[in-house]
Design a binder for this molecule. Structure first.
Ligand code: FES
Length: 80
């Protein structure tokens, strides 16, 4: 994945512990969907997000969400 796949249209459902996370936006990470620092300097910027409790989240993989890094159903997939 070299960039967000705008045709993917499927959120990534994942349960995460409380903490700060960084959503990869360049596609070079070996730990997708999270940034591992592989992005070229000055190019892509990871999207930080914070969770205050363990919860299931739906990460946008299509790049069309108005509320990145989370899916907002712009892909046509409704999330709980
Ligand atoms: S996966 Fe991007 S809005 Fe749902």
């Amino acid at each position: 994945m070299n960039e967000m796949n705008h045709d993917a249209g499927m959120p990534i459902a994942i349960t995460l512990d409380a903490g700060t996370y960084y959503r990869c936006t360049c596609g070079q990470s070996q730990n997708l969907p999270f940034c591992d620092g592989s992005h070229p300097a000055g190019k892509s910027v990871p999207i930080p997000f914070e969770l205050t409790e363990r919860k299931k989240v739906y990460i946008c993989s299509c790049g069309n969400s108005d509320h990145p890094p989370f899916c907002d159903a712009s892909c046509g997939v409704e999330t709980p």
